[in-house]
Ligand binder design. Sequence first.
Ligand code: NCD
Length: 661
Amino acid sequence: MRSNARAQHASNTKVSRLAKFDVVSIEDLETSDIERVFALADDFYARLERGEQITTAAGLIMATLFYEPSTRTRLSFESSMHRLGGAVISSADMQASSAAKGESLADTVRVVAGYADLIVLRHPHDGAARVAAEYAPCPVLNAGDGSREHPTQTLCDLYILRKKKGHLKGLTVALCGDLKFGRTVHSLIYALARFGANIVAVPTSGMDVPDYVLERLAAERNYSFSTVTMDELKSLAGGLDALYLTPSAPHQMALFTGADALQTIPASEPPASLDAFYVTRLQKERMSGKEAGAADYVRFDARALRTSRTSEAVVMHPLPRTNELAYELDTDPRAVYFEQAAAGVPVRMALIAWLMEKAAATTSPRAIAEPIRFKAEPPPRCSNLNCITRFEVAYLAPRFTLGRSADTTVLALKCDYCERDLKTEYVGHTRSHRYYRFDENLQGYVRQWIEEGSLAVFDNVKQAEEGGYEPYKRGPQREIMNEQEVVRAIESLADQVIADVLDMPSVSIVGVVSRGAMLALRLRELIGSKTKVFPPCAALDVYKPDDALHPIDRTETFVVEDRTIVLVDDVINSGWTVQRAMATIWQRGRPAAVKLAVLIDRGHRAVPIRPNYVGKNIPTSRTERVQVRLGTAGSDPKVKTHDHVTIYSIVEPMKEPEAAH
Ligand code: NCD
């Protein structure tokens, strides 16, 4: 989970009495934190209603730094601090501040931290709040950073939704409009996923939820949702049964991330009813002109609430509204957007009071993933033109961690500030001065290069060659196993496991994502059909250290303790993946034994791990690569598989150029 950055570049300007705790993303708050904030908000709500004088924050000063227009967010933050008995200093138009003279964000927040206990920041650039949090020695609350997140709006949204519906789990919420640039939507999605609500995304065309949000949801919450078009929503709202839900990409991804699809509406069924519509305006100011979407933008009116499926739904909007929400709805009790805006005061009071509680408690900052060090100059730049690293260039070095990409022909580097992926096709090794067109077989090496600080990435061949890098060439590919041979090898693996393991009910299978997991399923089916014992099966993703192991069948819980674990992978290259997988299994518990099953043993590896079960031995030289391709899961006989294995030679990436020839 995303860490909460402690100020990394803090100056000695700290005057704050509050503990350093930043809310940059809604994910910085634990579920218990959110629950505590809501409890405090309930209390403040009641006390405000009684007209009580509150002095909780007496003596504290909050600074609001707004680099973008705002009515609700800034005024409700300021009102909440006044209501708490604290004081406010405000720069509502940062264009009129030193920023206009060219002051950096880092300098501004360090200066302001000398005047205030707490900074509330709104900024047009993605990731700006993260930068402010790292430089300010006092807490920073993100009041909207570009199109990324708006966590405190989400607190208000959730608070009202829960108040209206009594709970969050199991609710079905339709998110309508600009889901691409709508930062309130992004924070809300993470939160709805966490609280077990169903999401139906209804983007205006071209305004879909961005991939980085979907990927984070899949990776951190095992969550995906369906997307419907505006027309499909209309037929739903019109009471027709013709609604057709189109699964979004992560829905399909869910198969091998072991996603808990319990929270997701089956793709073939329309939701039985909708509990809320969350309508948003078109974020015109963030559009480059390339985006379409304005013409067919959602127009939400009272008709949408007339069907049996929607009659109980509340209508939400973060406001301001433009044309997407008809004024006729305002008097309808199901329209709750003004209550949402009003909740800004008690909820933000609660957040400040909660920060004060935090100051009293000791907090340990959560760990931040180690960013990739680039020795080669220039280091890669974030591809997002609105990323804060593109603007604060004098002091802010781009920072990346390893991302995830469904496309195995690109290496994804995740920007640590804006979360967008930089997808690169060419990677290089700074010691050998070779460059490579990336493919998944280089994954293990790239990991190693990252560890030793010798990874270089290039936009294209020209950049690599201008940097003095030489190409490596991949030899011709040759098929060495056809479909029957692969099927036979998997059968052989199953037979070996059955022969070796005396007590089949004690066996559990763990497959390394993705092909190891596909193999694991096929092994389970084969073992089951032969022995009538279907071992529990989990997928293990070595790229998700916090959340790596998931039962493939979601109705099971996966136990490691005292089990005989059969760890399955397709082929061992460097052995790094197996090593990581073993470590993850041990973190989960103490198995009775771990046995390694590989489809193909190449006869050599960097670490001393020997597989117990081997589908086929294919001795290869170190300069050769074996690539296994598996068809769709073999458990469905109707699905045509295309299993095959190919081999090709490469120039050993780790060798120096002379030795490579
Ligand atoms: C939103 C924002 O600024 O992101 N407004 C708000 O804070 N309530 C939504 C918007 O501007 O459309």
